[in-house]
Design a protein around this ligand. Structure first.
Ligand SMILES: [Zn+2]
Ligand SMILES: [Zn+2]
Length: 209
C-alpha cells in the first residue's frame, strides 16, 4: 500500500505530495520547493525512506506549484508531466515569480510528456488516474489514487472552497462543472488533498454544490 507525505512549501504554502513505497517507487505531485533549504527537506525524506522517484506530476502550471521541478529533475531525473493546456505557463514561471516579489533564481524545464484525461500513471505498486478539471486553468487536472481513495485536487477544490478563476484561462462555470461532474462523482469517502490548506473529503464538500 502506498504511503503519503505532505510538504507545504514556499510562502504560498503549496502542498507538495510524495506518494511512495518505502524502499520502492515514488511519485511527487506539485514540486513546489522554492530554494535549496526547502529542497533539502524533500531530499532528506527521499533518502531516509530509500525512495526511487519516477515521476513528478503537476496539477497545473501556476508558478507557485512548479518552483522545484528543475531541482528535482537534476537530482533524480524523474519524468515530468503536465497537461498541455498549462505548459505555456512554464516558460513564464521564473519571471512571474520574480514579478510577484519571490526571490527565485531557477528556471523550469520543459515537460517530458503531457497528461490527458483517463491516463494512468504507475510506479511500482502506485497507480494514479488523471481527471481533467478545467476551470482554475485550462490545463488543470486532478489525480485519483483508487487503492487508498485519495484525490489530489490541485487548486480546483479546497476544504470549504474552490480555486480562483480570475487568472488567465480561468472560467467559473467550467470549474463548477468540473467539480460537480468529475470530482463529486467519486466515492464519498474519498479523501481530498488540495493544492493549499488542509485535507477534506468528497462527502464533506458535496453539500456546498
Ligand atoms: Zn493555481
Ligand atoms: Zn496554488
Amino acid at each position: 500500500m502506498p504511503l503519503l507525505k505532505i510538504f507545504p512549501f514556499n510562502p504560498l504554502q503549496v502542498n507538495a505530495y510524495l506518494i511512495y513505497e518505502p524502499n520502492g517507487a515514488g511519485i511527487l505531485i506539485d514540486p513546489s520547493c522554492m530554494d535549496k533549504s526547502e529542497f533539502k527537506v524533500l531530499q532528506d525524506f527521499i533518502r531516509n525512506n530509500n525512495v526511487s522517484l519516477e515521476y513528478q506530476l503537476n496539477t497545473h502550471g501556476h508558478f507557485d506549484h512548479v518552483f522545484g521541478i528543475g531541482m528535482v529533475k537534476e537530482a533524480y531525473n524523474p519524468k515530468f508531466y503536465i497537461h498541455e493546456g498549462d505548459s505555456s505557463f512554464l516558460r513564464m514561471a521564473g519571471d512571474q515569480a520574480r514579478s510577484f516579489g519571490f526571490d527565485y533564481v531557477g528556471e523550469i524545464p520543459m515537460p517530458d510528456g503531457f497528461l490527458s484525461d483517463s491516463d494512468e500513471i504507475t510506479a511500482g505498486g502506485i497507480r494514479l488516474i488523471v481527471i481533467q478539471v478545467p476551470g482554475h486553468s485550462q490545463g488543470s487536472v486532478a489525480f485519483y489514487e483508487p487503492l487508498e481513495g485519495w484525490l489530489f485536487s490541485g487548486d480546483t477544490l479546497f476544504a470549504g472552497g474552490i480555486g480562483r478563476t480570475d487568472l488567465r484561462g480561468g472560467n467559473y462555470d467550467q470549474i463548477i462543472t468540473s467539480i460537480k461532474t468529475r470530482l463529486l462523482t467519486l466515492p464519498p469517502e474519498t479523501l481530498v488533498f488540495p493544492g493549499h490548506g488542509p485535507q477534506t473529503s468528497i462527502a464533506a464538500e458535496s453539500p456546498d454544490f
